[in-house]
Write a protein that binds this ligand. Structure first.
Ligand code: ATP
Length: 272
């Protein structure tokens, strides 16, 4: 059994405009990734050093994956996504082989982004992985570090990693030249929630009585994923009421709000 067959090249279609809020994250990524690619002469003349690895961290459902995809689309990069735990294989040597294969594909598809979701799963063996499961995470980590350190000669492959648990990331991954640019992708504030709902509402048939600001105000602590879920639940509530209904009404959002609770707890939010 091989994890390698799961590695597929994607052509994401997500644009920056599909992501509500997160203005500062978008701007930083434009500067760090798009500018050097779009203006290589200027960047080199000024002595810029291209970023090889970036880490996005923050609570679940707050657009880390969406951001990675949008960056690939907007910067014109091929996209290969893999989840940390997928690379863990109980057969000796298999996980390391999967990592090498992953990077071989990424180099062949360069300029490209390798997106490592749940990167915290790698390297936990060093501290004793309480989850067990038999995965050889230290071996995967070593293979990954080898590939990262070799990237300079090995072409235009950028690594984007994501985690909900930055505190358990192996420090070796965060050294200079590796994942040394770290961005917090936090839960949406009121204005961002309005933005996210606006994007979602474009695809919905809504009654005039739906108050976007009130919905945004009542969803403090909700992630972008939670907001999308509320809208989807409201659609179902409307259909449940009447299959011939013409649009989704405020009362359906009221119903959805009862069912969908925020999953973001205070300890997930970065304290300044
Ligand atoms: P996880 O840590 O659980 O992997 P994540 O931070 O990677 O979460 P995404 O997968 O990017 O979160 O978001 C999940 C879904 O939530 C998206 O596909 C999208 O539908 C919605 N979503 C989240 N944030 C936003 C946003 N800022 N704008 C629009 N949609 C959003």
């Amino acid at each position: 059994p091989s994890a390698v067959k799961d590695i597929v090249l994607e052509l994401p279609e997500t644009r920056w405009s599909d992501i509500g809020g997160q203005q500062s994250v978008k701007q930083k990524l434009k500067e760090a990734v798009e500018w050097p690619l779009q203006h290589p002469e200027v960047f080199q003349r000024l002595g810029g050093q291209p970023r090889k690895g970036l880490l996005l961290y923050g609570p679940p459902g707050c657009s880390k994956t969406l951001t990675a995809k949008a960056l690939a689309t907007e910067a014109g990069l091929n996209f290969i996504a893999v989840k940390g735990p997928e690379l863990l294989n109980k057969y000796v040597g298999e996980s390391e082989r999967a990592v090498r294969e992953l990077f071989r594909k990424a180099r062949a598809a360069s300029p490209s982004i390798v997106f490592f979701d749940e990167v915290d799963a790698l390297g936990l063996n060093r501290e004793g992985d309480s989850r067990g499961g038999g995965g050889n995470s230290t071996g995967v980590l070593t293979a990954l570090l080898n590939e990262m350190d070799g990237i300079e000669e090995l072409g235009n492959v950028m690594i984007l990693a994501a985690t909900n648990k930055p505190e358990v990331i192996d420090p070796a991954l965060l050294r200079p030249g590796r994942l040394d640019y770290i961005l917090y992708v936090g839960p949406p504030d009121l204005h961002s929630r309005v933005d996210i709902l606006t994007i979602k509402f474009r695809k919905m048939a809504l009654c005039d009585d739906v108050d976007i600001l009130e919905l945004a105000e009542r969803t403090e602590g909700y992630s972008g994923a939670d907001l999308v879920k509320i809208c989807d639940e409201a659609v179902l509530a409307a259909m449940r009421e009447d299959l011939k209904i013409g649009n989704v009404k405020w009362r359906h959002f009221e119903e959805a709000l009862q069912g969908v609770k925020s999953v973001i707890t205070p300890d997930m939010v970065r304290r300044y």
